[in-house]
Design a protein around this ligand. Structure first.
Ligand code: GLC
Ligand code: GLC
Length: 642
């Protein structure tokens, strides 16, 4: 079959059959132009996934209809935004970019009240705001909103769709891009599709993976991980209404969608366009690694998962091109990078950097960090990392065992050490974290905790020990300094900007008790923000040093759209890299992961050319004649030519 000819033929047939009269003349032309550019790719992908079905053409036609509907429902303002973004597609690489993630009800009362917090966000320099899922979801435990019952309805506690649209507009006016979750691997068991499936409707039973008995589930189970072994063993849940086993990778009430069914792809595309039309500029692809199941595999990171995401991306290019995708693949580093592509996910969390920053803080060694970043940091210049030190979830030690082995580190033993260290079970540890998802079969676990508590501030404050506090503050500045300079969008988790400590109150709440991730989902109240204004408080110091870094970043274009080279170092405690732009600017970052001063050879400054040099964070001059570069405990240096 000649794909090009067939794709043209199909598009013509489809266009002849659909009604575009609701569009203005100009819009109709634009929509058709976009289809001509992007339909061939979408067509090829769709055929690859669904081409074996006799009814594929029906679904293809339905899909184009759905794209037309999404496009026609897009507001004039958002269509203008599409134009603007297409003219400046790499907007997310700007040095001004600074992200924050938060739960609406942990930073405000509701969506309306959140509008009142925009000045606070602006004072921090935020340009990207990720609101954790705010859709209708089951009462009680809803996995923090990651069990969606209705994508088109805002959770009543938070407000209405109107409030959300108003918020998106208000944010946009202030130069803040709204980021929403696209929870598309699963719905809640209260979603109307799941309700119909429970009632025995075969059409909707095909929207999920449902089995009469354990035969097939057991065959799959051989190769599957368990994500939440603390709540349930295995990957399936018995549903009494339907009298069937349902595939539930996460909680029992989160039903995995069946993407081998094109009705699911089309249905979810329509929900995706609805979210795009609310005014968000990025969609966070939740749990994207799990969307394709293939017998005999781990059912993670399957080739078809990539194809599906590319197909969703093509749909956006046609109906809402201002919106980009952000990958949430918390998997092996070699798999993480496979989702990153201008035609797949333009943005991606950087879980490897995140995990290895904590690793280097624990070990005071940077070899694993350096080697891993040398291997995995470089991605397509059209894409960018979202660099973070922690998020609303647990920390998993997702480094590459082979890279570790080359350095004489045994992956499994080392993960065990890191878990011990960060849950405070290791003698001499500064960290106060909580174990999460302990697997009774193999002893695996992950770690939860706020940035400040994991970095030692909680311990320092508890013991009223000034040195411990100083060290914790320096560690915080160090890791924040790296996410702000290494290349990508730095993403703060709300409350970390003032160094909030763990909140153990989740243990008093029946619906949260089993999920230790709540220890690091901390309410950011006005009172706490006020307290952080007291210059004697540790939170004030966290905030001041962060503000300084943010200010500097915004004035150093080389920290925006520029390249990164990770340097090898003779000093085992030092991590360093250069940023260099196509226009010849260079910045050298040197980071000391030890609580002891370090000296490194002055030849490193040669990266910048002949001195003198300027170190921006301390605002000091470094003479070119100097013998070596002296770093104090945990010091971060951003050096350019003076
Ligand atoms: C994502 C979310 C996490 C959630 C899971 C299931 O990884 O970050 O909070 O539990 O997906 O939706
Ligand atoms: C695992 C999954 C990730 C999910 C997390 C939830 O790390 O890979 O997708 O968010 O668990 O805690």
């Amino acid at each position: 079959m000649n794909l090009e000819i067939e794709s043209k033929r199909s598009l013509k047939r489809i266009l002849d059959s659909i009604d575009l009269t609701a569009l203005t003349k100009a819009d109709k032309l634009l929509f058709e132009q976009r289809l001509h550019s992007h339909f061939p790719k979408l067509f090829a992908l769709y055929l690859e996934i669904y081409g074996h079905r006799y009814d594929v053409y029906f679904y293809l036609q339905e899909l184009v209809n759905c794209l037309a509907k999404g496009f026609s429902e897009r507001s004039r303002a958002l269509k203008l935004k599409d134009k603007k973004r297409l003219a400046d597609p790499l907007w997310y690489k700007n040095e001004n970019m600074l992200g924050m993630a938060c739960y609406v009800d942990l930073i405000a009362q509701d969506l309306q009240d959140l509008q009142a917090k925009i000045p606070y966000l602006k004072s921090l320099g935020i340009t990207y705001l990720h609101l954790m899922p705010l859709y209708d979801s089951p009462k009680g435990d809803s996995d923090g909103g990651y069990a969606v019952s209705d994508y088109r309805k805002v959770n009543e506690k938070l407000g209405t769709t109107k409030d959300l649209i108003a918020l998106a507009k208000a944010l946009n006016k202030e130069g803040i891009s709204l980021v929403l979750d696209f929870v598309f691997n699963h719905t809640s068991d209260e979603h109307k599709w799941a309700m119909a499936a429970k009632q025995g409707d075969p059409e909707f039973q095909e929207f999920y993976y449902m089995f009469d008995d354990r035969t097939i589930p057991d065959q799959y189970e051989h190769n599957l991980r368990e994500i939440f072994p603390q709540v349930r063993r295995g990957n399936y849940t018995w549903n009494e209404d339907a009298k069937k086993w349902v595939w539930t990778t996460f909680n029992n009430f989160q039903w995995d969608l069946n993407y081998s069914n094109p009705a699911v792809f089309n249905g979810i595309t329509s929900e995706m366009l609805f979210l795009a039309n609310l005014g968000c500029e990025a969609l966070r692809l939740d749990a994207l690694a799990f969307i394709w199941k293939e017998m005999g595999t781990t059912c993670e990171n399957q080739d078809k998962a990539h194809k599906l995401i590319q197909a969703f991306n093509s749909c956006l290019q046609i109906s809402a091109p201002a919106v980009v995708f952000k990958s949430e693949a918390i998997v092996h580093p070699d798999e993480v990078v496979k989702y990153i592509d201008a035609e797949e996910c333009q943005l991606s969390y950087n879980p490897l950097l995140m995990a290895l920053l904590w690793n280097s803080l624990a070990t005071r060694k940077t070899n694993l960090l350096t080697q891993s970043m040398q291997k995995s940091f470089s991605i397509s210049p059209k894409c960018t990392w979202v660099n973070y030190v922690r998020c609303h979830d647990d920390i998993g030690w997702t480094f590459d065992d082979e890279v570790a082995a080359q350095l004489g580190i045994n992956g499994q033993d080392h993960r065990h050490f890191l878990n011990q260290f960060y849950t405070g079970r290791f003698e001499g540890s500064f960290a106060k974290g909580v174990a999460f998802g302990e697997n009774p079969s193999n002893g695996d676990c992950r770690v939860c905790g706020s940035m400040a508590s994991l970095a030692g501030l909680e311990q320092g404050i508890e013991l009223e020990d000034q040195t411990l506090i100083e060290n914790a503050l320096a560690r915080i500045q160090l890791i924040n300094g790296i996410i702000l300079s290494i290349g990508g969008i730095p993403l703060l988790y709300s409350g970390d900007e003032i160094g909030l400590l763990n909140d153990y109150n989740y243990r008093l709440d029946e619906s949260k008790l089993h999920d230790a991730r709540w220890v690091n989902r901390i309410a950011l109240t006005e009172q706490l923000i006020d307290e952080a204004k007291n210059p004697k408080s540790a939170s004030n110091k966290v905030s001041k040093q962060l503000q300084n870094l943010i200010e500097l970043r915004k004035n150093l274009p080389v920290l925006g759209d520029a390249n990164t080279q990770i340097l090898s170092n003779e000093n085992p405690h030092v991590f360093s890299y250069t940023r260099y732009s196509d226009t010849g600017e260079v910045l050298l970052a040197i980071n000391n992961f030890s609580e002891h001063p370090q000296l490194i050879g002055s030849q490193i400054l040669g990266q910048l050319g002949e001195g003198p040099y300027h170190e921006h964070i301390s605002n000091e001059t470094i003479a070119s004649t100097q013998n070596g570069v002296q770093l104090s405990a945990y010091q971060v240096m951003w050096i350019t030519l003076k």
